[in-house]
Design a protein around this ligand. Structure first.
Ligand code: GLC
Length: 482
């Protein structure tokens, strides 16, 4: 059994590093701007024989990463590894990366990417194709590997897999709800018994809102894009999904209006302080909320799939982190060596044990050690991952998501009716896809709109398999994968 590391989840320790910005808390916009300015300088001055790796440091993530990079450095005398802490919120980290990479910064050498960013970063020429290093792609879940391809090449290795789950209180009910109606009834009962909130989820206007919406949407039997890449948001299922989210707040009063400003951590705190009967969150929350020195509900909760309507299926959004190599890294071979090390079986297992995050290598799900680490039995986790719903795979995902975020949030704040909001989102996404439809050799808009980059690879390798061919074709057309 590997050593379990400790840190305070309320105030994750930040790495001391090359710039003072690391002491700033990236919660406020003005502070983020300072952070961006400071890190831009920092990112441009790599030192010899020093690798920099950037990523999130939520809860125990920082501790396990520190341990693992120290282990890597010990195995590679003469090399140092520095951790460049970035904001926990996906959108803020994305903004920071775009600044760095668009300026061709040589550092960080290794980037922790959200599963939805790889096509964008690859199309912009910001990250290196990894095929030449011959990574063991067959060991990883297919969906995660597929999400890391662009134009037939692999650009990142899956580090851990996130799936959205329903945390429920075992002291308030004997079984989790299977349908949205059952959830509403159980949440209302819990509130009648004195629990402040029925359910909390991530409803702020950011990427997390899209992941929650996708779970309601798939649970109702709907989707964002059809298999042919056309927009599927003007559907009865989508209207029901968005209406159900809004009704949880304003009709049934089971979700507090405050969720409209909450991200992952605010919802975790509400649940771990005993104020909510249900929480929608990723696996990382499990280990933190099981720590009785921090959590009032340690031992009093379990996880289940999100509910569904009879027309849909219980669904988890596919999330998670990938590791990519900066195209301007001075040490790409060593950078890849660290990526390979961090995605090895042992490191993944340790991360699962310390942080509770789900490994991205499927073979690990047969290991007895994993059973002790995860919130749910590994076989069940594997089944959830294999059925998890991906977000559209396209280099313009960030823009697509930004459109969705605006209109979903307008509907949830009752500035627009769900129908109107979905209609507007569908029109704008359609226009975006038309405008940026990629054909080989045509310029792709970077997600931030910051750069126009030729996406034609220097030499286009023939796709390796039928699956690759389909992948290649759909990506080139800018369409969603089936
Ligand atoms: C988690 C997921 C990521 C998702 C984000 C939204 O970090 O791993 O895929 O985009 O949450 O907040």
């Amino acid at each position: 059994m590997l050593r379990r590391l400790h840190s305070s989840p309320r105030s994750p320790r930040r790495e001391p590093g090359c710039c003072t910005h690391k002491r700033l808390r990236p919660r406020w916009r003005s502070r983020l701007l300072l952070l961006l300015a400071a890190t831009a300088t920092c990112a441009e001055s790599p030192r010899e024989n020093v690798l920099t790796v950037s990523g999130s440091a939520l809860g125990t993530e920082a501790e396990v990463l520190r341990t693992q990079v120290a282990r890597f450095a010990a195995q590679h005398p003469g090399w140092e590894v520095e951790i460049r802490v970035t904001p926990d919120a996906a959108d803020q980290r994305h903004q920071l990366y775009v600044q760095w990479l668009n300026a061709h910064a040589e550092s960080p050498d290794i980037l922790q990417l959200d599963v939805v960013w790889t096509p964008e970063f690859a199309a912009a020429g910001w990250i290196l194709p990894l095929d030449a290093f011959e990574p063991p792609v067959d060991s990883f879940f297919d969906a995660s590997i597929a999400a890391n391809h662009w134009n037939g090449r692999l650009y990142a290795l899956p580090w851990f897999v996130d799936v959205g789950m329903l945390y429920w209180r075992t002291d308030l009910m004997s079984d989790p709800p299977a349908t949205f109606d059952q959830l509403t009834a159980a949440a209302a009962d819990a509130q009648a018994a004195g629990v402040v909130y029925g359910i909390v989820w991530q409803g702020a206007r950011y990427e997390g809102l899209v992941t929650v919406f996708l779970e309601f949407l798939s649970g109702m039997g709907g989707r964002i894009l059809n298999e042919d890449g056309s927009v599927a948001l003007e559907s009865e299922e989508a209207r029901r999904a968005l209406t159900a989210m809004r009704d949880q707040i304003f009709r049934d009063g089971i979700a507090p209006e405050a969720v409209l400003t909450w991200q992952e951590e605010q919802t975790r705190f509400a649940f771990q302080n005993g104020r909510a009967a249900f929480l929608r969150n990723w696996p990382y929350a499990y280990a933190l909320m099981s720590d009785s020195s921090e959590s009032e509900v340690a031992g009093l909760f379990r996880v289940a799939p999100m509910p569904a309507s009879p027309a849909g299926e219980p669904s988890a959004t596919l999330g998670g982190a990938q590791l990519a190599v900066n195209a301007h890294s001075r040490n790409p071979e060593m950078a890849y060596a660290l990526v390979a090390f961090l995605t090895q079986r042992e490191q993944m297992l340790e991360r699962a044990q310390v942080v509770g995050q789900f490994p991205s290598r499927h073979a690990l799900y047969d290991s007895a050690e994993l059973a002790q680490a995860l919130a749910i039995p590994p076989a069940q986790a594997r089944a959830v991952i294999e059925r998890a719903v991906p977000r559209p795979v396209t280099p313009v995902y960030t823009e697509l998501s930004a459109i969705l975020q605006i209109h979903l949030h307008r509907a949830l704040t009752r500035q627009q009716e769900p129908d109107a909001a979905l209609g507007a989102a569908a029109r704008e996404i359609r226009a975006l896809l038309e405008r940026t439809r990629l054909t080989p050799g045509e310029p792709a808009a970077s997600a931030a709109g910051a750069a126009k980059t030729d996406v034609r690879p220097a030499e286009e390798p023939p796709p390796a398999s039928a699956a690759d061919t389909a992948l290649h074709a759909s990506r080139v057309a800018g369409e969603a994968l089936p």
